[in-house]
Design a protein around this ligand. Structure first.
Ligand code: PLP
Length: 393
């Protein structure tokens, strides 16, 4: 049997129609399959490879750290320099209150940690989150996920969850002194790129402050430069009490984080001690990779060009089959008539060497979230292929 057949037979499947491309190499903006075919990556492994695939300084950091030490002990006991220096670098680039980092294995684990932390810190049990938001696939994250179709099969889920509507003022009335935390994506990704109205998100921040509720911003998908600023909340004019990071955080390796103040985070240390336990969270090799990826993002100075690159996509995506293009920076949804039109166009793009995808809660929208290093020529070439695909509908 070849690798593709073995993949279908022995690797657990999450759908009956996986893309099943066999990629043998990836570098910068490109991937190559087993037949030598080259693909321009427009989705960056779902907002992971912000500085491109296999950035040389990330690869070197992994090699160097793997030669020093890999796993030593469960999270939190030993002083491990890759964790310490990455936490320091991150907090140097965050507001004063976001000064303490808990590293996790994944985005979903960061969400779980933040939910637990908010309950412990406030002594409350209710959590509010938003319709059309995605926060991960574990049971806590699934409980707050904003779409009943995806939640329903796993009930019973956590009690005490309120679902609010993004950009809706009336929803804010549901936040009360019983609410431990409101968890919101700074920009909703899987909902098909929904950007919050500035007055509304400000009102949300105010309501949380007034009720003593912690505001948790999930920037797992939109953080680390994707929206044109290092953190999306910089453009919203608010600061969260807890920030969630993942995806691009590890520079291509698995790493998440929930970040808060020392005062809030301290609750996890007592009564009971070890409030959140993880064996591999903050793995030294992954932290070394993440630190190198973050440093590369700063050194390449690409974030300042992200909005102009987004605009270039807009300019070259003029087509009668496109209903709307929604974006903030290089997080973009091209809305088509329905899933069928979208799927046909995606298939055409992949067949012609451009890798793209759809959104979980917006299957009629094509996802554009390339590595932030994409060039103008690559944007124009990608848009040409997308428009050719749309011509064939
Ligand atoms: N939050 C957001 C906004 C996400 O997009 C995702 C993953 O797509 C997650 C959380 C969960 O992250 P992970 O898949 O690493 O558990």
């Amino acid at each position: 049997m070849n690798n593709r057949q073995l993949f279908l037979q022995h690797v657990a499947q999450t759908s009956d129609a996986p893309l099943a491309l066999e990629i043998v190499k990836a570098e910068g903006m490109y991937m190559w399959d087993a037949d030598g075919k080259k693909y321009l990556d427009l989705i960056a492994g779902i907002s992971v490879c912000n500085v491109g695939h296999c950035h040389p300084s990330v690869v070197k950091a992994i090699q160097d750290q793997a030669q020093q030490y890999m796993h030593l002990l469960v999270y939190g006991e030993f002083v491990q320099s890759p964790q310490v220096s990455f936490a320091k670098l991150l907090t140097d680039h965050l507001p004063e209150n976001l000064n303490t980092v808990y590293f996790t294995n994944s985005g979903a684990e960061a969400v779980e940690g933040a939910m637990k932390l908010a309950k412990r810190y406030t002594g409350r049990t209710e959590i509010a989150a938003f319709n059309r938001s995605y926060h991960g696939s574990t049971q806590g994250a699934l409980s707050i996920l904003g779409d009943e179709f995806w939640r329903n099969a796993y009930r019973p889920l956590l009690p005490g969850i309120q679902h609010l509507t993004y950009n809706d003022y009336a929803s804010l009335d549901l936040i009360t002194e019983r609410t431990a935390a409101v968890i919101a994506e700074s920009v909703q990704a899987e909902g098909g790129v929904n950007v919050p109205q500035l007055e509304w998100i400000y009102a949300l921040r105010e309501k949380c402050t007034a009720t003593g509720t912690l505001l948790v911003l999930d920037e797992i998908q939109c953080g680390l430069g994707r929206n044109g600023t290092l953190w999306a909340f910089e453009q919203l004019g608010i600061v969260p009490d807890i920030l969630l990071l993942g995806k691009a955080l590890g520079g291509g390796m698995p790493l998440g984080a929930f970040i808060s103040s020392r005062d809030i985070m301290w609750t996890l240390t007592n009564n009971p001690v070890l409030g959140h336990i993880t064996t591999f969270g903050g793995h030294p090799v992954n932290c070394a990779a993440g630190r190198a990826g973050f440093q590369a993002l700063l050194d390449l100075d690409v974030v300042k060009d992200v909005k102009a690159k987004g605009q270039l996509f807009h300019q070259h995506l003029k087509h009668p089959k496109i209903k709307e293009v929604r974006s903030l920076g290089l997080m973009m949804a091209i809305e088509l008539e329905n899933f069928e039109s979208n799927k046909k166009t995606i298939d055409y793009c992949i067949a012609n060497g451009v890798l793209t995808d759809w959104f979980l809660f917006a299957p009629e929208c094509m996802r554009i979230a390339p590595p932030l290093i994409i060039t103008e020529e690559e944007i124009i070439a990608a848009c040409k292929i997308i428009c050719e695909g749309l011509d064939r509908l």
